[in-house]
Design a protein around this ligand. Structure first.
Ligand code: ADP
Length: 241
């Protein structure tokens, strides 16, 4: 529960020691699940997310199939032990249902679904440990898992949140900053296409703050995108050797 607001910025540093434009430490790995067609783990600071992709596969129930494309389905879930304070209820919450839709919509523009008519591509995002930015880590991980599954895409999708804490625009908010900050703006993009596929804003930013925050988010996204590509290349090099 929300207590009294802690000081979030002191002498230009954030509560975890980062500068305003710094990402948390990131680790990525693909092909972590044998039974999935594609999978990935993304860790960003203490947030840890697992994504699994199955398909293209037969559509069940059949009436959902589309004659001209694959349907994309997504389920985002937080494990009950993933949260800091109280254990999260295992029942699907409204937030999880909404985030499942948000993540799907952020990924859909990248997927060339017309290549697989009458099939389904199922994406599962499981939050193993939550410390802010789970939807954005989920998008980054799911995009890697789609690539790992060999699903054709026009680009990878990478995502990160920006926000405003103690009046300062910061990149990649942790849970405390998300909870007590003035604004939180998750962004997802296909960097080499120069296209934003998701942008949400919770809180208030001035037009200048918004423009700066978006630039900061896109810089962060470019760094995450480079790591995604490196991670995928590493897997293929390892397989070839
Ligand atoms: P995001 O994880 O994308 O930042 P939110 O802004 O909704 O999404 O959540 C911010 C953070 O608050 C989460 O990353 C998580 O650390 C925490 N959180 C969200 N929902 C819950 C919950 N039901 N129980 C405990 N912590 C939660």
């Amino acid at each position: 529960m929300k207590g009294s607001k802690p000081q979030l910025i002191a002498e230009g540093k954030r509560i975890d020691g980062r500068g305003p434009a710094d990402l948390r430490q990131i680790r990525m790995e693909v092909g972590v699940l044998k039974n999935a067609d594609g999978s990935a783990i993304v860790e960003i600071g203490n947030t840890k997310v697992l994504a699994a992709v199955y398909g293209p596969r037969e559509v069940v129930p059949r009436h959902e199939e589309q004659v001209d494309r694959a349907i994309i389905r997504c389920r985002y879930r937080m494990l009950s032990f993933s949260t800091m304070g109280e254990r999260k209820s295992p029942a699907p919450s409204r937030r999880e249902i909404e985030l499942s839709k948000v993540i799907r919509e952020a990924l859909e523009p990248a997927i060339i679904s017309s290549q697989f008519p009458r099939t389904a591509i199922d994406i599962f995002v499981e939050v193993l440990n939550a410390d802010g930015g789970t939807r954005t880590a989920g998008i980054t991980a799911a995009s890697l898992a789609l690539a790992d599954a060999g699903i054709p895409m026009i680009d990878l999708v990478a995502a990160v949140a920006v926000g405003k804490v103690d009046g300062v625009i910061v990149l990649d908010l942790n849970e405390i900053e998300d909870m007590y900050g003035e604004a939180d703006m998750p962004v997802a993009a296909m960097p080499s296409m120069g296209k934003i596929t998701m942008i949400q804003l919770n809180g208030v930013l001035t037009p200048e703050e918004f423009r700066y925050a978006l630039r900061l988010a896109l810089d962060g996204i470019n760094k995450i995108y480079s790591l995604q590509k490196e991670t995928l290349k590493k897997k293929f090099v390892e397989v070839e050797e």
